[in-house]
Structures are given as C-alpha cells and as structure tokens.
Design a protein around this ligand. Structure first.
Ligand code: HEB
Ligand code: CA
Length: 345
C-alpha cells in the first residue's frame, strides 16, 4: 500500500522512491528511453534488450556444479562483462550488437552490470503495448568469471533438451509449463541471424505489441520458408516474412505443452500475468532475493492493447494445426482484406 510506505526524496530533487537505492534508476531510465529506445518505442533495441536478459540469466547450471565444474552465475552480468567470450558462443549470435549499444549507458550511470541488463530488458518491454510491468531489482552481485558455453538453448534443440536445460537452470522451478510462459517473450521478437539473409523477420505479425498473436500464429500450418530455405533451427512459416523457429514449432505441438500453449490464445490477462511471474524469477537466477531492493516502480506501466486476437487476413481455423487434444481452438475473427505478409522490424 503506497500511502502507508514512507518514501525518500531522491538527490535529483525530482523523484521520490521507496528505497534510496532506486534513485539512480530514474536518470538511467530517461536516458535509455530517449537514446536507446528511440523515445520510448518497442523498437529492435527493446526486443534485443529483452533477449539479453534471458541469455545472461539462463547461463547457470546446478548440474555442472554437482559434477564439480563451474556452472555460471545466472543473472550476473557475465554476458556483458565477458562479452568478448560469451557473445562468441553460438546461441548468443547477434547479441554483441546490443551489448555494445548498451555499454555507454552502463558507463555513464551508477549501476551494476547484472542489474543494468535486467533493467534495460524490463524497460524495453514496457514500451510494447500489452506488456506487463516487469520487475526491476538492484543489488545483484556481478560476475567475476564468464559462464561456460553450452547453457543457452538453441532453436534446433528438441523440446526434451530445452525442458531439461531450463529446469536445470532454475533448480526445477521452470518446468515445461513455465517454459511456455517464458516463450511469451517471442511475441515481441524477430530473428536476425538464424538466416542472416532476412534480418528482422518477426515471429508473429505484431512484433511491436505484447499480445497473444505469437501463440496463435505458431499454431498455423507452415507453408514456406522465409529467407534462403531451410536453415538449422528454422521450419516453414504460415506467412510471408514471418520466421518460425523449430523450437517454437515443436513446443507448440508437444503433448506436454500444446494445451498450455493454446490456452494463451486470446487470453491477454494470462499473457501478462504468467510472463510477469516468470520474468521476476528469471531475472534473479543465481542471486539471493533477500539481498535485492525492489525498484519495479521505476518501470512505466505499459499501455494496454487496443487490438483483439485475430486470424491473419485470408486465414481461419481451417489453417490451424490443432495440437491440443483436450480443448477446441478458440473461435476468433479474421483480419479483413487479402492475405498479406509480415514486414521486417
Ligand atoms: Fe528467444 C529471439 C531462440 C527463449 C526472448 N530467440 C530469438 C532467436 C532465437 C531464439 C534463435 C532469434 C535470434 C536472432 O537474432 O536470429 N529463445 C530461443 C530459444 C529459447 C528462447 C531456443 C528457449 C526455448 N527467448 C526465450 C526467452 C526469452 C526470449 C525465455 C525471454 C525471456 N528471443 C527473445 C527475444 C528475441 C528472441 C526478445 C528477439 C530479439 C530481436 O528481435 O532481435
Ligand atoms: Ca506480438
């Protein structure tokens, strides 16, 4: 209850915060919004900043530690601190760009690297209409060594491999159902490097809004490859210009996850609540929450969606490859007009 919480005045004389440790985030927020996110937009840098949160956080492995090996530190900033090593790992392809775009902000503000990565991702997502307000913490311990290679899932991994890796990273918390929740992030996403001949190819027709189109469109029958044809990790997509990852395709149809996947279609409340929940826990993997200060109040509340879930123009439930055997696919309107493609971001 905000009215019962004593607030502190920040040294800038312009803001108050529940904890003085959050004060440094206000000028960082304004700088990022103006100069990385192009005036508070859900732009490519916002998407890439969200991807970076996952690739830093997921690189932790209790299973490796149990074998007496170093398992990585999770959300510890290692991907940026040791970017010369970690951005060379195959699944981190392309992330060198956002790391270098973010670095000047890191250098001119007073914040730890691990906190910075998660903050920038949460802030970037807040520019996408329909997103939940993602949590922001400060106080994480920064890495002193790089994460080992092999801990970030690849689009050509099987569901078994992906479920096992994500469960290991989270000490069992993120099971296959929560893995579906995590993949909500692909609603504001595109591929640049899986097939470099078609950079910026979105995973759904609305990469600038945090909606449930991704869960619907991944369930449509694939009809053609976007780009130069089958590349490792890619399968056929239903719309010209849309890119489909093999891993999204497979998890959408796996009998352990198909019904959970479908349950997100046309359920914006679920989209928001489940992603807010899993991002909170993802963003502090490897850290002790008791050492952290909650500064979520610094993240703006995202604009609500103004659109409804729909079949892309020219498509209907006849184009659905039904994978959930328990529940019929929801009845939804079709966008008017002729069949179209999806523009690159
Ligand atoms: Fe993700 C993107 C994979 C999960 C977020 N992805 C992406 C891509 C790929 C992937 C391949 C593309 C890259 C390029 O550029 O080319 N993922 C993946 C996998 C997984 C994932 C395999 C597991 C299943 N994600 C995830 C998560 C998250 C994410 C969990 C968060 C949280 N992604 C993302 C984003 C993006 C991506 C945001 C976009 C980026 C851009 O747009 O640039
Ligand atoms: Ca979307």
């Amino acid at each position: 209850n905000a009215s019962l919480t004593r607030r502190v005045a920040c040294p800038d004389g312009r803001h108050t915060a529940t904890n003085a440790a959050c004060c440094a985030l206000f000028p960082l927020r304004d700088d990022l919004q103006a100069n990385l996110f192009d005036g508070g937009k859900c732009n490519a840098e916002a998407h890439e900043s969200l991807r970076l949160t996952f690739h830093d956080a997921i690189a932790i492995s209790p299973a490796l530690e149990a074998q007496g090996k170093f398992g990585g530190g999770g959300a510890d900033g290692s991907i940026t601190i040791f970017s010369h090593i970690e951005t060379g790992f195959h699944p981190n392809i392309g992330l060198d760009e956002v790391v270098e775009k973010q670095r000047p902000f890191l250098q001119r503000h007073n914040i730890g690297v691990a906190d910075f990565i998660q903050f920038a991702g949460a802030l970037g997502a807040s520019n996408c209409a329909g997103a939940p307000q993602l949590s922001a913490f400060v106080g994480r311990k920064d890495a002193t060594r790089p994460a080992p290679d092999g801990l970030v899932p690849e689009p050509f991994h099987t569901p078994d491999q992906i479920f096992a890796r994500i469960a290991d990273a989270s000490s069992g918390e993120f099971d296959e159902i929560l893995t579906v929740w995590l993949l909500t992030a692909h609603t504001i996403a595109a591929a640049n490097d899986v097939d470099p001949t078609v950079p910026g190819s979105p995973f759904d027709s609305t990469p600038e809004i945090f909606d449930s189109q991704f869960f619907l469109e991944t369930q449509l029958k694939g009809t053609a490859f976007t780009g130069r044809g089958p590349v490792q990790g890619e399968v056929q997509s239903p719309l010209r210009g849309e890119f489909r990852l093999q891993s999204d395709f497979a998890i959408a149809r796996d009998q352990r996850t198909a019904c959970e996947w479908q349950s997100f279609v046309n359920n914006q409340t679920k989209v928001q609540q489940m992603f807010q929940f899993v991002f909170h826990d993802l963003s502090i993997l490897g850290q002790n929450i008791d050492d952290l200060v909650d500064c979520t109040e610094v993240i703006p509340i995202p604009r609500p969606l103004t659109t409804r879930t729909h079949f892309p123009a020219g498509m209907s439930d006849r184009d659905i490859e039904q994978a959930c055997l328990e529940t019929p696919f929801p009845t939804l309107p079709t966008d008017p007009g002729p069949r179209t493609g999806v523009a690159p971001v």
